[in-house]
Design a protein around this ligand. Structure first.
Ligand code: CA
Length: 225
């Protein structure tokens, strides 16, 4: 799961980032309005943590852009002001949640998990696909009730496919999602192919009734078999 933190206070930005990375989220950062806008228009995020008071602009205007572009990521506003007007404006513009600074990082983590669960997996912590069961908070996978051991990237790849079940996933969006925004500067995508190959083999060896199909020249698709 990839999260963008838009926050101009460096200390707060770093502590939020570290706390989310510890929870195995992939974290991207923006410290001012223009950087945030660039990132939001180019990349997709599962969740955006959005400060309102930013150098060169307001987080609420970023929210308007997101709405205009019809982006599907969740948004949690993190604001210094406990202002009802800002809160209502933010929720009106499609924000999913609103947290007033200062907050506990544990509280923020819980809210992030909650909006992601709600949006991606209908509020569930666990998703069952045929004989495969995936627990997103424990980050475990079972096939026919037996544990399937995946490395971190394999788990992230599987989660991304599950949240895009039956949809074509191209390798660029998969790469950005699992490895981060800078991946478009990579020379080649060999490391992605090898992770996917391993994941497909593990699923097959354990008789999973789901399969990651290669769609020649376009990408991949997760299907139930
Ligand atoms: Ca600020």
């Amino acid at each position: 799961m990839k999260i963008l933190i838009v926050e101009d206070e460096p200390d707060l930005l770093e502590s939020i980032a570290q706390s989310l990375e510890k929870e195995s989220f992939l974290v991207e950062k923006a410290m001012d309005f223009d950087t945030a806008l660039d990132k939001l228009l180019i990349y997709e995020y599962d969740c955006i943590l959005l400060d309102i008071g930013l150098p060169n602009g307001s987080g609420l205007d970023l929210l308007k852009e997101l709405k205009k572009e019809n982006r599907k990521g969740s948004v949690i506003i993190i604001s210094a002001k406990d202002s009802l007007d800002d809160k209502l404006a933010g929720l009106d513009l499609g924000a999913d949640d609103y947290l007033v600074k200062p907050f506990h990082l544990a509280e923020l983590n819980a809210r992030v998990r909650s909006v992601l669960r709600r949006k991606k997996f209908g509020g569930q912590n666990t998703v069952e696909l045929r004989n495969v069961s995936i627990d997103f908070s424990a980050r475990t996978v079972k096939i026919n009730k037996a544990d399937l051991v995946l490395n971190r990237k394999e788990f992230d790849i599987l989660t991304y496919f599950v949240s895009n079940k039956n949809r074509l996933v191209n390798k660029t969006s998969l790469a950005e999602h699992v490895w981060g925004d800078q991946i478009d500067e990579a020379d080649n995508f060999e490391f992605i192919y090898s992770q996917i190959k391993n994941l497909r083999k593990k699923l097959k060896d354990h008789n999973a009734k789901i399969e990651i199909q290669a769609v020649y020249g376009l990408g991949y698709k997760l299907i139930e078999t």
